[in-house]
Design a protein around this ligand. Structure first.
Ligand code: NAD
Ligand code: TYD
Length: 346
């Protein structure tokens, strides 16, 4: 199978490309990525010369390029990971989110339709459902009630996918996963940001009271689910993918401090003293939780517990300090100032 992976130089995309090359010997991967601030070819250094892998730099919203690429390559399937992915950045400026996540997805859908691609998998998020209270879970039938510009752009893309299936019969499937964590995640997201700040003795900026709840999914578990849905998912269907490990943010941050203290031989109290409660994120969703019966029926369940996944993640960052140095230079510093400066913790 010849598979187009978009956004393969990002966090989940690069883990997925590596997973597929290792686990699906008859799949060939073309990775198309614009290499925004979030795209990094270093994430795929170990597979760059793999005989079943090829990289193309480009923008999913570039109609001409997509038309050319699809006509040349005859893809059997597309997995669309490419996106602007960070809620805080979408609050600073929603514009690139609409261009890539909405317009870009439509351009890809159109190319897939024109060149009769046999499967189009849209990588979406539980954030399209909005926010839960203390109880309940989202099912695939829950209404789409996105709250952040990021979530709204992903919901719009999901609706376009639905429309392309209903109107043109395009064989679309959608995965909606909970919060991923693991190797190669940019330290703009909670787990790597707190890990690296704690290592360097910097403040750990917890929004509000730290009581918001996320369901954490180890990235490899998500990659395995996405590959299965690509193969066995039913056209037109949505599949929730959750780790089933709900935690309050403050508990995640404390656990990072405990594990890290143990790994580097420091006092955990010293690291926990870095926790700083800062001004909340506007429109901050309180809780996400997913019902995953559908994907479980495809013979999937998460295999990596939160403690094991967090240990692996922390060890990966400790071993990849040079990677960290490079991704935190330049643009990252500016972003950090813009988000955390007004909260008094730079
Ligand atoms: P990321 O920000 O780490 O990577 C995004 C990648 O897309 C980067 O390599 C970037 O260069 C590329 N990209 C951005 N705009 C592009 C464009 N116009 N054309 C081509 N490439 C472009 O994101 P991630 O965390 O790996 O997320 C991947 C996907 O998974 C996204 O669609 C996101 O919405 C979804 N998702 C993420 C999470 C999570 O916890 N990270 C959870 C659920 C769903
Ligand atoms: P994040 O990793 O940005 O993912 P998402 O917003 O897509 O869930 O944030 C996870 C949770 O952590 C979310 O409730 C916001 C919170 N958070 C902080 O408290 N401080 C931070 O510096 C960041 C980045 C996130």
């Amino acid at each position: 199978m010849k598979l187009l992976v978009t956004g393969g130089a990002g966090f989940i995309g690069s883990n997925f490309v590596r997973y597929v090359l290792g686990e699906r010997p008859d799949w060939e991967v073309v990775n198309l990525d614009k290499l925004t601030y979030a795209g990094n070819l270093e994430n795929l250094k170990d597979v760059e010369d793999h005989p079943r892998y090829r990289f193309v730099r480009g923008d999913i919203a570039d109609r001409e390029l997509m038309d050319h690429l699809f006509s040349e390559e005859s893809f059997d399937a597309v997995a669309n990971f490419a996106a602007e992915s960070h809620v805080d950045r979408s609050i600073l400026d929603p514009t690139p989110f609409l261009r890539t996540n909405v317009q870009g997805t439509q351009v890809l859908l159109e190319a897939a339709r024109k060149y009769k691609v046999g499967r189009f998998l849209q990588v979406s998020t539980d954030e399209v459902y909005g926010s839960l209270g203390e109880t309940g879970r989202f099912t695939e039938e829950s209404p789409l009630l996105p709250n952040s510009p990021y979530a709204a752009s992903k919901a719009a893309a999901d609706l376009l996918c639905r429309a392309y299936h209903r109107t043109y019969g395009l064989p679309v499937v959608i995965t909606r996963s909970s919060n991923n964590y693991g190797p190669y995640q940019l330290p703009e997201k909670l787990i790597p940001l707190m890990t690296l700040n704690a290592l360097e003795g910097k403040p750990l900026p917890v929004y509000g009271k730290g009581e918001n709840i996320r369901d954490w999914l180890y990235v490899e578990d998500n990659c395995r689910a996405i590959a299965l849905v690509l193969q066995r998912g039913k056209d037109g269907e949505v599949y929730n993918i959750g780790g089933g490990q709900e935690l309050r943010n403050i508990d995640v941050v404390e656990r990072i401090c405990e594990l890290l203290a143990c790994r580097i031989g420091r006092d955990e109290g010293e690291l926990k003293a870095l926790i700083t409660f800062v001004e909340d994120r506007p429109g901050h969703d309180f809780r996400y939780a997913l019902s995953c019966d559908k994907v479980r029926r495809l013979d999937w369940s998460p295999e990596v517990s939160f403690d094991l996944g967090l240990e692996r993640t922390i060890d990966w960052y400790l071993k990849n300090w040079e990677w960290v140095g490079r991704v935190r230079s330049g643009e990252y510093k500016e972003y950090y100032e813009r988000i955390y400066g007004p909260r008094g913790v730079t």
